[in-house]
Design a protein around this ligand. Structure first.
Ligand SMILES: [Zn+2]
Length: 100
């Protein structure tokens, strides 16, 4: 046991978080790190986090990048975002629409 055992346990948490994120279509690296650094709460957050593909989207008015509707800052150009006038369907809804 000792330090190595602890790292092993943290890695297991990290992998768990990454796996959950992968299933949901969220960032695997991000959730690996969160679950690794904050073992219990991080993994719980990964499980509770809304799947990104289920979240309605909006478009940045400056650069046109598609962002989750809850975003307050554009991930690409960094401008502050007002609440969007137009809300776009989520990735999942869009996929469902093109499939039928
Ligand atoms: Zn932008």
């Amino acid at each position: 046991m000792g330090g190595l055992g602890l790292i092993f346990i943290l890695l297991m948490f990290g992998l768990g978080g990454a796996l959950v994120a992968r299933v949901k279509g969220n960032s695997v690296v991000l959730w690996f790190l969160i679950s690794f650094l904050v073992p219990f709460a991080g993994l719980a957050a990964a499980i509770l986090a809304r799947a990104e593909i289920e979240e309605p989207r909006r478009q940045c008015e400056r650069c046109g990048r598609l962002l989750p509707v809850s975003a307050t800052v554009c991930a690409k150009c960094g401008i502050d975002l007002e609440f969007p006038e137009t809300i776009l369907p989520s990735v999942r809804d869009e996929r469902a629409a093109t499939r039928s």
